[in-house]
Design a protein around this ligand. Structure first.
Ligand code: ADP
Ligand code: TYD
Length: 211
C-alpha cells in the first residue's frame, strides 16, 4: 500500500496595517519548520515574479494613478499569477502555505475603502480566483496602535495606513464583520499583546488546523 500524499494547508493572515501580520507569519513559519513541516512563506500583493511587479504598480507612485476599478483588476491579476505560480503548486506538493494577506484584503480595501465595490470584488473573485484559505488568522488590533506602529516603518510604498485613523477604524470593523461572514475558516487573534504571547496563540490555532 502506498502512503497517501501529505495534505497541503493554506493559511492566511489578515488585519489592518501595523497589526503584526508579517511578524506573526514569519514566526509561525519558523515554528512549523522547526517541527519538520515544509513551509512556503509568501505575501500579497506579490509572491511571484509577475505579482511583485504588479505590487510596485499598485503601491508606489501617485495614489490617484488608478481608478478604484483598475486597482481592483490589478490586485486580482497579481493574485491570479501568485496562485498559479506559487500557491497551487506548493499545495499540490503537500506544503503548508502561509500567506500575508489574501482575498479578504481585497474584500476590505477595494470593496470598502473607495465606495462600495464589494459586489464587483465578489464577482471577480468567483471568476478568477475561487480558492479560499483553509484557515484565516485575523490579527485584531486597536487602530491607533496599529497606525502608530505602521507609521514607524521606512518605506516608499503607499499603503492604506497613509489614509489615516478613520479608514483604519473602518477596516478593523470590516475585518471583524468578515470573520463572522466566513466564520468556519476565521479565527480572531488578539494582537494587542506582546509578540511572543500572540505567537503562542497563533501556533496553537494553526496546529489545531494541521492535525
Ligand atoms: P503588519 O505586517 O501587520 O503591517 P508588522 O508585523 O510589520 O505588521 O508589525 C508592525 C510593527 O509593529 C513592526 O515594527 C513590528 O516589529 C511591531 N510589532 C509587531 N507585533 C507587535 C506586538 N505584538 N507588540 C509590539 N510591537 C509589535
Ligand atoms: P502589506 O504589505 O501587507 O502592508 P502592511 O504590512 O502595512 O499590512 O500590504 C500593502 C497594502 O496593500 C496594504 O495597505 C493593504 C493593501 N492591499 C489591498 O489594498 N488589497 C489587497 O488585495 C491586498 C492583498 C493588499
Amino acid at each position: 500500500m502506498t502512503t497517501p500524499p501529505a495534505k497541503g494547508l493554506f493559511l492566511t493572515f489578515e488585519g489592518i496595517d501595523g497589526s503584526g501580520k508579517s511578524t506573526q507569519c514569519r514566526m509561525l513559519a519558523e515554528a512549523l519548520q522547526a517541527q519538520g513541516r515544509d513551509v512556503v512563506l509568501t505575501r500579497e500583493p506579490g509572491g511571484s515574479r509577475g505579482a511583485e511587479e504588479i505590487r510596485s504598480l499598485v503601491l508606489e507612485g501617485d495614489p490617484d494613478r488608478w481608478s478604484a476599478e483598475t486597482e481592483l483588476l490589478l490586485f486580482t491579476a497579481a493574485r491570479r499569477d501568485h496562485l498559479e505560480r506559487t500557491i497551487e503548486p506548493a499545495l499540490a506538493a503537500g506544503k503548508v502555505v502561509i500567506c500575508d494577506r489574501f482575498a479578504d484584503s481585497t474584500r476590505m480595501y477595494q470593496g470598502l475603502s473607495r465606495g462600495n465595490l464589494r459586489a464587483k470584488v465578489d464577482k471577480l473573485h468567483e471568476m478568477m480566483i475561487t480558492r479560499e484559505p483553509d484557515l484565516t488568522l485575523l490579527i485584531d488590533m486597536d487602530p491607533e496602535v496599529g497606525l502608530s506602529r505602521a507609521k514607524g516603518r521606512q518605506t516608499t510604498e503607499e499603503r492604506f495606513e497613509d489614509f489615516g485613523i478613520e479608514l483604519q477604524q473602518k477596516m478593523r470593523a470590516g475585518f471583524l464583520a468578515l470573520a463572522q461572514e466566513f466564520a468556519p475558516r476565521f479565527r480572531v487573534i488578539d494582537g494587542n499583546r506582546p509578540v511572543d504571547t500572540v505567537a503562542a496563540d497563533v501556533l496553537t490555532t494553526a496546529q489545531a488546523a494541521l492535525s
